[in-house]
Design a protein around this ligand. Structure first.
Ligand code: ADP
Ligand code: ZN
Length: 528
């Protein structure tokens, strides 16, 4: 009837059906679209694969106005434009082509439902363009991958910082920030940076129930690579798509070579390859001509392959945000898939390497802190899903998810309270402004210059920890950090370890992986 036709909900649902072929909205989509149509700024934080794009693709069709979509990657925009065109939606990517091109003229006169552009482009088109387009109507400005705005995010892009300028030109147009990963800090940054006013915030669950999480300490080298190849050849036998993320190009090359020698269909993707070779590799992987993609994190956004079954990380990732996003590329179809992270202790010394990307002291600190969170994830022995979700500010109602290595492995336990007490006491005796190495060397009875200079050889702790290796003590130290008894902080780029606010520690549980016994501290003990 004509009355139901003018009903906005009806119009939204018929648009969903007509253009996208879906019969109902997913959780949050409908609310978000309604708020946007009301003209309200919105922040959408939802997991990969949850259907964020639809939130900005439906409103222009309902309102019959243009949607501006800001996105960081040209290839990503091109894919989306193609998919939209196939659905009969007028979409275009406004590239850096001359401002008098026909696409530009069409855009200006409101011929497109959805117009994609990079942040640089959006900030550089003449104001006259926007004022003409405003006359025919702009229903929203969507900022995709909005975490790129924040120095606290894992993929900061300077151009994104300029986007607030659009606000002045496009008054009364709602801005929509969309991202799959945002901690509290990043969310605030997006809101502030885009000058959002009283935004509607939709936060979906980060829980990817079909993903199994695991992490394991390894020794780098050919022996491990052999193990990795054996694991992956099992996957390949079952025709299961796999991504192996490496931290360096060198690792990518080595792993690919070993896989190919084992006659596994593996290809690579990294920043030192030419554009063409990379595209070729990407395409072969999407078409299942390659079963395994060995890649650096350059293989990132825009991997829209639903049936990736395994994502393996060879090396500790630079942050939990990036780990969540990279591992999240598997199992988009909802079928059980797994994410294994293999780290070596040597990886943890890489903070400096990541700090090379920093452009300010704040950013350096942010990078260090993000990296430390990833390290803790590696070493932690409690439910990994809970760790991940709580990192993103979501509470997980139980201590065990039953679908991660720490929930499914049962490890032997023994009392480690004496050793924990020794380490913590020694840290305190050394003054609390060192990393782990100094107190551990003191415990192990070293008389190196750095120790005698401070007269630490006279401390009562000196030599009391000779029975264990430095690595063993480090593992214990990481466990104590992970469980919150010690805190690691960054000053400039130095890390120091000291006590948290706790004065008393009751029955902490400690477990060692890394091939050590799993241990429990039974006693209540005081740290001061
Ligand atoms: P995101 O941007 O959050 O990673 P996408 O927008 O790419 O997710 O959507 C993921 C998949 O879900 C796409 O294949 C999309 O077509 C599908 N999808 C989105 N919304 C719906 C819906 N309401 N019903 C069914 N499928 C949907
Ligand atoms: Zn778990």
């Amino acid at each position: 009837s004509s009355s139901s036709n003018s009903n906005p909900t009806f119009k939204m649902e018929s648009t969903l059906k007509e253009y996208f072929g879906f019969s109902r909205f997913r959780p949050y989509q409908k609310e978000i679209i309604e708020k946007i149509l009301e003209g309200r700024d919105s922040l959408v934080v939802m997991a990969t694969g949850s259907g964020k794009s639809l939130c900005y693709q439906v409103p222009p069709l309902v309102a019959n106005k243009t949607a501006i979509v800001i996105s960081p990657l040209i290839s990503l925009m091109q894919d989306q434009v193609m998919a939209l065109k196939q659905r009969g939606i007028k979409a275009e990517h406004l590239s850096s082509a001359q401002t008098n091109s026909s696409a530009f003229k069409n855009a200006e006169s409101g011929q497109y439902d959805i117009m994609y552009m990079t942040p640089e482009k959006a900030c550089n088109v003449p104001t006259s363009f926007w004022s003409k387009l405003l006359d025919t109507g702009i229903c929203l400005v969507a900022v995709d991958e909005a975490h790129c705005i924040s120095e606290w995010g894992h993929d900061f892009r300077v151009e994104y910082k300029q986007l607030y300028k659009l606000r002045d030109v496009l008054q009364n147009v709602p801005f929509v920030g969309l991202t799959a990963t945002a901690t509290d800090k990043v969310q605030k940054d997006i809101i502030n940076s885009l000058r959002m006013e009283d935004p509607y915030i939709a936060i979906g669950s980060f829980d990817r129930k079909n993903l199994y999480y695991g992490a394991k300490s390894i020794n780098r080298g050919p022996l491990f690579v052999d193990e990795l190849v054996a694991q992956i050849s099992n996957y390949a036998r079952n025709f299961e798509s796999t991504i192996v993320y490496c931290t360096t190009v060198k690792d990518v090359q080595e792993v690919t070579k070993s896989l190919c020698e084992a006659e596994i269909n593996a290809g690579m993707y990294h920043g030192q390859m030419g554009n063409k070779a990379r595209e070729e590799s990407h395409r072969s992987f999407i078409r299942d001509e390659l079963q395994v993609m060995v890649a650096t994190i350059a293989f990132g956004m825009g991997i829209d392959k639903p049936d990736i079954r395994h994502v393996i990380h060879y090396g500790c990732p630079k942050s939990l945000e990036s780990y969540y996003q990279e591992s999240g590329r598997c199992g988009r179809d909802g079928i059980a898939s797994d994410c294994w992270l293999y780290f070596s202790r040597g990886d943890f010394g890489k903070a400096e390497f990541y700090c090379g990307e920093a452009s300010s002291a704040t950013q350096k600190k942010a990078i260090m802190e993000s990296f430390m969170a990833a390290q803790r994830y590696c070493m932690q022995t409690t439910c990994r899903r809970k760790i991940l979700l709580e990192y993103f500010g979501e509470t997980f109602p139980s201590n065990k998810c039953g679908n991660c290595d720490n929930c499914t492995n049962s490890k032997e336990k023994s009392d480690m309270s004496r050793e924990a007490f020794l380490l913590m006491g020694c840290i305190q005796a050394c003054g609390g402004y060192w990393g782990l190495n100094m107190p551990i060397d003191v415990l192990r009875g070293s008389r190196a210059k750095k120790i005698t200079e401070k007269q630490f050889e006279n401390l009562p702790y000196h030599g009391l920890g000779k029975d264990f290796s430095a690595n063993w003590w480090k593992t214990l130290g990481f466990q104590l950090i992970s469980s919150g008894y010690l805190v690691e902080t960054v000053k400039d780029t130095f890390r120091t370890v000291n006590f948290t606010g706790y004065q008393e520690v009751a029955k902490p549980v400690m477990q060692f992986d890394a091939g050590y016994l799993v241990e429990t501290v039974k006693d209540t003990f005081r740290t001061v």
